[in-house]
Design a protein around this ligand. Structure first.
Ligand code: AMP
Length: 434
């Protein structure tokens, strides 16, 4: 008989085995910090109408042009697994008439996103983002506050040496004007460009600016600069953002070739990198999208937001010695107590004892395999990383006690059965006792 096939994750998708607690840790930190700045959490569906991304993110973008998971449902409606979070939030803003709420509306979100990309280190087809959007204020103070919040979040995770890369892609009009100038500048070099850039020359010349191809980068050295084309208001906005960043003590670098991949950006765009960890790519990116809500059929309402690549963030957090230690300490505190009932007829008591521990807020697991020798069962408890074991059997029932064993120094003591959970709590978490 042929062996049964074993299943594996779909190409480009990964299980969070072992890393899930670190994912949860950064999510908790995000909730904590973002709510200090007045942001509320929202969750939108994983599936949206395809048209939302085509119109919102733009057909010229790589994401929409090449990377979407798009399918027809049973009624022939074209649906897409969300490749990013801003267009869905903009849709929700309109659908729930958030324009009538006190402005600006500030929301954050987190979850899985999908892009059909070539899988490579740190890039997946299902990845995770933590993002936030501030809708209804044109800035520039909102731009600065958003960046300050982000830095605070990253610092709380233990990052140091953070660098903000900043640019302005101008308003729609400046972008159009500049795209044309760039096209004209690059036209004589058309044959020297790679296939991707040649295609972008027609569809989205701005994207050529962030090419990684050395030859193309060389060609771009003398290209016209985007911010020489900024219209008066976009120019003033950019100047004010920079001034206020200085006031807020935020170190930043102007990157005149930073354009970001999604079409909806206007004016401020940014990325944050951490040089200390040797991260070459951005931990996150974001920017202003003053035309997006109108593009989706709504009023002309400005917005700004960012998306953090959570997979990359978690990998980097694991490299920070301090953060890892904190995480470990936290995990250590949550190591469960193992309850071992000695003798098959005491298993029910074992369950009750474990329940009492949990009711006192102490994680507890039961070792039920009463047919095995006690030594093997204690070994099993150690393998589960339990430091403490509660033993209970015939002798303990008679004396009205339980035995508490500490693996760390191989000592044990007996404590009264009544109220034992509180005694265990005082013993294992002396720092938390009133
Ligand atoms: P974007 O939505 O393209 O502006 O990307 C924001 C952040 O999401 C990036 O800085 C990346 O860290 C992360 N990201 C985007 N695409 C992927 C992917 N396929 N796999 C992992 N992370 C991604």
């Amino acid at each position: 008989m042929a062996a049964k096939r074993r299943f594996r994750t779909v190409k480009g998708m990964h299980d969070l085995v072992g890393k899930a607690p670190v994912f949860a840790f950064v999510e908790e930190k995000a909730r904590e910090v973002f709510s200090l700045y007045g942001y509320d959490e929202v969750r939108t569906p994983v599936v949206e109408e395809t048209e939302l991304f085509v119109r919102g993110v733009g057909e010229g973008s790589e994401v929409v042009g090449k990377q979407m998971y798009t399918f027809d449902d049973k009624k022939g409606r074209s649906l897409t697994l969300r490749p990013e979070g801003t267009a869905p939030v903009a849709r929700a803003y309109l659908q729930h008439d958030m324009a009538s709420w006190p402005q600006p509306v500030k929301v954050f979100y987190m979850g899985p996103y999908f892009r059909y990309e070539r899988p490579q280190a740190g890039r997946y087809r299902q990845f995770h983002q933590i993002g936030a959007e501030l809708i209804g204020d044109p800035g520039p103070y909102s731009d600065v506050e958003l960046l300050v919040m982000l830095l605070r979040f990253l610092e709380q995770l233990g990052f140091e040496d953070l660098e903000v890369g900043l640019n302005s892609v101008g308003d729609v009009e400046c972008r159009k004007r500049y795209s044309q100038r760039l096209r004209e500048y690059l036209a004589p070099y058309r044959d020297e460009l790679g296939a991707d850039s040649r295609r972008r020359l027609e569809t989205n010349p701005l994207r050529i600016l962030d090419t990684k191809v050395p030859k193309e980068r060389e060609l771009l050295e003398n290209a016209p600069r985007l911010f020489d084309d900024l219209g008066g208001r976009a120019h003033d906005h950019f100047r004010e953002v920079r001034e206020q960043l200085v006031q807020a003590d935020v170190a930043h670098r102007i990157e005149d070739k930073l354009v970001r991949g999604l079409d909806y950006y206007t004016r401020t765009v940014f990325e944050i990198t951490s040089t200390a960890l040797g991260a070459q790519n951005a931990i996150l990116g974001g920017g202003r999208y003053d035309g997006l809500i109108a593009e989706l059929g709504g009023p002309s309402v400005p917005g700004i937001g960012f998306a953090i690549g959570q997979d990359r963030l978690v990998d980097l957090v694991l490299k920070i010695p301090g953060a890892f230690k904190r995480l470990n300490a936290e995990a250590h505190r949550r190591r469960p107590v193992c309850v071992i009932a000695i003798g098959a007829s005491y298993r029910r008591h074992g369950m009750e004892l474990a329940q009492e521990l949990r009711a006192a807020g102490i994680p507890a697991v039961c070792e039920f395999d009463s047919l095995r020798p006690l030594k093997a069962r204690l070994k099993q408890a150690a393998r589960h990383d339990c430091r403490w074991v509660v033993l209970f059997g015939e002798d303990e029932e008679k004396s009205g006690e339980v035995v508490l064993r500490d693996f760390s120094d191989r000592t044990q003591e007996t404590i009264p059965r009544d109220g034992f959970a509180a005694a265990v709590a005082a013993k294992i978490r002396p720092d938390e006792q009133p």
